[in-house]
Design a protein around this ligand. Sequence first.
Ligand code: SF4
Length: 162
Amino acid sequence: MSQPIKLLVSACLLGCPCRYDGKSCPSDAVSALEEAVEWVPVCPEVLGGLPTPRVPCERQKEGGILSKDDFWRTKEYEAGANAALLLAKENGCRAALLKERSPSCGVHLIYDGSFSGRTIPGMGLTAEKLHAAGIAVFSEQDLPGRMQELLSAASPEGEPRP
Ligand code: SF4
């Protein structure tokens, strides 16, 4: 029997109300994968010790994560990213499906650091750490177009990770 495909996923995409505003952001495209994978939900910001709801934060150009009310939260974001990576490794996840634009989970886009709603190309801290560790990162906006690519990257029967 083939092993289950374990997929690390941003918990808010599954309906967990862990977003900064205490809401979730469920996605039909993500739910469509339910039969094919075993979810490994994670919210790096909660794992890093931040409360829900919380003041929104953005990555800054010079590095670091700043809250809208002007407190550096880099330590908490780093801790959450490390915990998410550990969870992925413990579960043998080869891929992650993450929420676009988040300073933790963004895969292709993040907010530009000015709290003006503008986005720039870039990754959140957790996505960056997972990617650096060889875990394939996708966002909900890659679905449904890249679903097959995601499933084969996540498959335990795929090529061994370096
Ligand atoms: S840190 Fe990631 S999982 Fe947590 S609420 Fe933000 S986008 Fe969702």
